[in-house]
Write a protein that binds this ligand. Structure first.
Ligand SMILES: Cc1ncc(COP(=O)(O)O)c(C=O)c1O
Length: 379
């Protein structure tokens, strides 16, 4: 297979010495992203203050993420993490006795459960949808989301096995029941096309350090315009106000749209990194990335099976991403041994996850699978 993005590989220094298959945890750092981090740093170092430039970069970054998911910039808040985004939404939901059921799934990232179970007013009215063989079926949403559900919280992709959900089909079901749909897109944004309008998503959150190729410190929170205007954030602050620059302590007025969910000064250094990373990804094109990754996935599934490895999760492209999980009992120990061979993968519980991006090649996957298989056979 010819690598269509070969010319981009030199942008990622780590690829010259390492096989980087851990984009589900931390994407490889590109030179333009590293340069942007230096630019922020140099601004402070050389001129002492770069507030105006940084605020301008924040707006440009908001626009880039909006473009990535087909939203308006006003529908995006920049927050510090996905956990922050979910907590802020949880604290803003109107409480109505008997009509405040929250539905989430056991394929959500654990932070989702931790947050909903911490909500005093809601914790007794929570429905947890349980997966079978790492998959949640549409019929389960049909059954468990009921007319008293205020919000259904789901991941686009299951971090453990790469299972991808049909967001539009789930949106149709939950909306018919009167529930809002919250999508955690941290494992999809940056390599799977997302169109929040077409998919009818009400709220979506994603951080920048995985497939979005940025660094920790910020995340994006999309809230459909009409909805954002109805929500009253209780996790708030001066940058969530309509006129932060008036410094009026007595008369807070929420900013229009999703901006009202912003709080204080963001991690600008992460904003600079995200801007360049998003520019790079949009330049390559998310549809192009998805179709290249499907080719790599096909290879990984076939070759992994040929080597006798046990693959966890669905096989069809309809319901999976390029994150392929191999069953390995001592996963974190094996992750460490592969790291010693300059192969970066990501262990979770009893699996080794190989998560390529557009910068990876088939040969890299072959090498990683060969090494994994010989480590497993040597035990
Ligand atoms: C699907 C998903 N959601 C949420 C998180 C946690 O994000 P944060 O640390 O930004 O709260 C992760 C992190 O690994 C994740 O994979």
């Amino acid at each position: 297979m010819i690598h269509p993005y070969d010319s981009y590989r030199s942008l990622f220094p780590t690829l010259s010495t390492h096989v980087h298959l851990a984009s589900c945890s931390q994407g490889a750092l590109a030179r333009p992203v590293s340069k942007a981090i230096e630019e922020y740093h140099a601004g402070l170092l050389l001129s002492g203050s770069n507030w105006n430039e940084a605020m301008k970069k924040l707006e440009e970054t908001r626009e880039k993420f909006a473009e990535l998911i087909g939203a308006e910039p006003d529908e995006i808040a920049v927050v510090s993490s996905v956990s922050h985004a979910i907590s802020a939404i949880a604290a803003s939901l109107p409480y109505q006795k008997g009509e405040n059921k929250i539905v989430f799934t056991d394929i959500d990232f654990p932070t989702v459960g931790h947050i909903w179970l911490a909500q005093e007013t809601m914790k007794d009215n929570i429905t947890l949808i349980r997966s079978s063989s790492g998959v949640v079926h549409l019929e389960q949403y049909e059954k468990e989301v009921t007319h008293d559900t205020i919000l259904t919280c789901i991941p686009h992709v299951y971090y453990y096995n790469g299972f991808k959900q049909n967001l539009k089909a789930i949106a149709d079901i939950v909306h018919r029941k009167g529930s809002l749909l919250f999508v955690d897109a941290y494992q999809s944004a940056g390599h799977i096309p997302i169109d929040v309008k077409e998919m009818e998503i009400d709220i979506l959150a994603a951080g920048t350090r995985k497939y979005m190729l940025g660094i920790p410190g910020i995340a994006f929170l999309y809230i459909k315009k009409e909805l954002a205007e109805q929500l009253k954030p209780r996790v708030t602050g001066w940058l969530g106000q309509e006129k932060a620059s008036t410094f009026d302590i007595y008369h807070p007025v929420f900013a229009a749209g999703a901006r009202r969910f912003e709080t204080g000064t963001p991690s600008f250094i992460s904003v600079y990194a995200a801007y360049e990373a998003l520019k790079l990804l949009l330049g390559v094109g998310i549809h192009n990335i998805e179709s290249y990754l499907q080719e790599l996935t096909q290879f990984t599934l076939h070759y992994g099976q040929e080597k006798g490895l046990h693959i966890i999760g669905p096989q069809s492209f309809e319901s999976r991403t390029s994150l392929v999980s191999f069953y390995v009992e001592q996963a974190s120990e094996i992750e460490g041994l592969l790291k010693e061979k300059n192969i970066a993968v990501s262990a979770r519980q009893d699996v080794i996850r190989m998560a390529p991006h557009f910068y990876n090649t088939k040969d890299e996957l072959k090498h990683a699978i060969d090494e994994l298989s010989s480590l497993m056979n040597g035990r």
